[in-house]
Design a protein around this ligand. Structure first.
Ligand code: ZN
Length: 223
């Protein structure tokens, strides 16, 4: 006790004396963020919305002024989607969701690079989103282009360079699409200490999904 008590006291006093030190610490979830629904509930909502979409039955989305003004006060999206920019693959339509539901990050080939990873981190750490879906799709043009070796200019080459390593050895385009989904999930983990820590704490789940252009169905991809 002779050694414990002083150290406890100095720690306790330190809490008040060095608040700036605490503010600068790279702590995950340093602020109070209301946690969104967990994995099971999010999967249930996404599957129900997609099932309605497949049937061509629109779910009634709240577009009232009341809902809009409520959201103006703050957002708590219940799922984050890192999806392809392809015009045929809009997450809000595929999952029949409304404003304030999905934190959607879209880029050709659904690639995880600093700006998209940062966006996913923001939703996970500051908005309470507990599930991240990396959404690829059938016949992805970006993945197909990455299967080729030619140059498409410096910007597209940079983008394709983020896809190529993950799809090496894929037997065909669809195998490459699936490999790219898993490669981008791996890239999220490898390049984000924040997401890795949140996943370790059970506060974030990373899921892969593939959208079928013909059937409209979104299937889960094992990662
Ligand atoms: Zn695509």
């Amino acid at each position: 006790m002779r050694t414990l008590l002083p150290s406890f006291l100095s720690f306790f006093i330190g809490l008040f004396l060095v608040p700036s030190l605490h503010a600068e610490a790279p702590a995950v979830h340093a602020e109070t963020v209301p946690a969104g629904p967990g994995k099971a509930e999010v999967i249930s909502r996404l599957e129900a919305g997609n099932a309605a979409f497949v049937k061509g039955k629109a779910v009634k989305v709240d577009i009232s002024a009341k809902h809009r003004t409520e959201l103006a006060g703050g957002q708590h999206p219940w799922c984050t989607v890192l999806g392809c920019a392809d015009s045929r693959v809009p997450p809000e339509v595929l999952f029949q969701t409304g404003t304030g539901d999905l934190f959607t990050v879209r880029v050709a080939g659904n690639v995880a690079e600093p700006s998209t990873i940062g966006s996913v981190e923001y939703a996970s750490e500051h908005l309470g989103s507990q599930v991240v879906v990396v959404l690829g799709h059938e016949s992805c043009g970006a993945v197909k282009a990455a299967q080729g070796a030619g140059s498409l200019g410096p910007n597209l080459d940079t983008l394709l360079g983020l896809i190529r390593p993950g799809i090496a050895g894929a037997a065909d385009l669809d195998a490459a699409v699936r490999a790219n989904i898993n490669a981008q999930i791996a890239a999220l983990r490898a390049n984000s200490a924040i997401l890795t820590e949140l996943e370790h704490q059970g506060k974030v789940t990373l899921l892969g999904a593939r959208y079928d252009l013909d059937t409209g169905k979104v299937e889960w991809v094992q990662n």
